[in-house]
Design a protein around this ligand. Structure first.
Ligand code: ADP
Length: 390
């Protein structure tokens, strides 16, 4: 009985087999992992009950354990759609003398998430290496030419080559900084959220871009109340969000356009009676956040983003093909924005229309927001981190 409750409460899946390989005990985790819910298994042979792919993998090691040829075996296999990866460890259970086999203990761990994370990580590393290689190659080529053939080049050519090598070095620096920012965001570190005045952060961002905007002939606007409630956030990270979004807005807005920064409290609560069943006549209503928040918008009258591209621009390294040739960038800016806002328990959203413009917006928790709700929101979002890696 003791054994039974021990096995039942194990976090891993566990199955106990007798000396003939028949099921004696199964714990709830194993039932879930093998999709055995509600089935009677006791007395049946293990391999008969498993999905075919698993049975094929498990049969040979199980037979050698039953024959006494070996005492343990460690098998990893994937099955099902969507694929899940399990690690299955078989261990012989012998009597006190160690002579005769009493049964086999099978433990099962779900490695699916680990495998997916590893795959995402490798994809990311291969993308980063690829992106690093291009500017490095360019720097190397131009510096090499200057070094080897410098005396045959005109002064103007030398200047041009140095200029290219210099610009490529900047590109490399941007890339490395962005990758470092992303990896900091993806670590499990909990960022300190404290009361932040948003208006000064927005003013500072616009100050930084003033010159650039004047040169481009784009008008910058700040549309924010003097008395804005404070939000719970991290000053440096929020400054980076503004910097990335305003930088993008400016990049993709032509002369004569406008870029506006807005912030206003947003009572994101439902005015309708939520108990009212939604019907086609009744307006429906979804309670997204019971607490008031501060809505922030960054709106430009720029090139806009097509519907297909809208779905992809938050992916790492994604850049809209025809728009980027003239513009500097790494394709990581929006991934960083998304990561930062997730750390604030919120999400960035957008509306955009080609040729009309783009507005990015998000809601930040107010200073007096319930800390507990924030924590829960963050926890709910953390599984999405894996997607962020993709
Ligand atoms: P980048 O470093 O290329 O700016 P981002 O992740 O910040 O990388 O943006 C990804 C792509 O999304 C950009 O290359 C651009 O094609 C598109 N994009 C982002 N912001 C805007 C905007 N405000 N207007 C039009 N296109 C945009």
């Amino acid at each position: 009985m003791k054994q039974q409750s021990l096995i039942a409460t194990m976090a891993d899946g566990a199955v106990l087999l007798d000396a003939e390989g028949r099921v004696v005990l199964v714990n709830p985790t194993a039932r879930r992992l093998f999709r055995w819910e509600g089935r009677k298994l006791e007395g049946n042979e293990l391999c008969q009950e498993l999905p075919d792919v698993l049975a094929v993998e498990l049969q040979p090691p199980l037979e050698s354990l039953l024959a006494g040829d070996r005492d343990s075996s460690d098998v990893r296999c994937s099955f099902g759609e969507p694929a899940r990866t399990l690690r299955i460890v078989l261990q012989s259970v012998r009597d006190a003398t160690g002579e005769s086999l009493k049964g086999i203990a099978v433990t099962v761990q779900d490695l699916t998430r680990e495998v997916e994370l590893n795959a995402a990580q490798s994809r990311f590393i291969s993308n980063v290496s690829h992106e690093l290689r291009t500017p490095l190659f360019n720097i190397k080529s131009y510096v090499e030419t200057l070094h080897d053939l410098g005396d045959q080049l005109s002064e103007a050519e030398k200047q041009e080559f140095l200029g290219i090598a210099n610009a490529e070095t900047d590109r490399l620096t941007r890339l490395v900084n962005d990758v470092l920012d992303l990896s900091r965001l993806e670590s499990d570190r909990i960022w300190n959220l404290e009361p932040v005045e948003l208006r000064p952060a927005m003013e500072q961002t616009l100050r930084n871009y003033r010159l650039n905007a004047d040169e481009k002939g784009v008008q910058l606007e700040l549309d924010v109340d003097e008395q804005l409630p404070r939000v719970l956030g991290n000053w440096d990270l929020l400054l980076q969000v503004f910097d990335n979004l305003v930088g993008n807005g400016l990049k993709f807005t032509a002369s004569g356009g406008r870029l506006a920064l807005r912030a206003y409290p947003w009572p994101d609560s439902c005015q309708l009676d939520p108990s009212m069943a939604p019907t086609s006549e009744n307006p429906t209503c979804e309670l997204t956040a019971p607490l008031p928040r501060l809505r922030v918008e960054i709106a430009d009258t720029g090139s806009g983003i097509s519907r297909e591209d809208q779905e992809r621009i938050f992916e790492r390294f994604y850049r809209v093909e025809n728009a980027v040739h003239t513009e500097v960038g790494t394709g990581l800016g929006l991934s960083i924005v998304r990561g930062i806002l997730e750390k604030h328990g919120t999400q960035v959203r957008m509306v955009s229309e080609l040729g009309v413009g783009t507005t990015f917006w998000f809601d930040l928790p107010l200073e007096d927001a319930d800390a507990e709700e924030l924590r829960l929101a963050r926890e709910r979002r953390s599984p999405d981190q894996a997607a962020l890696l993709g």
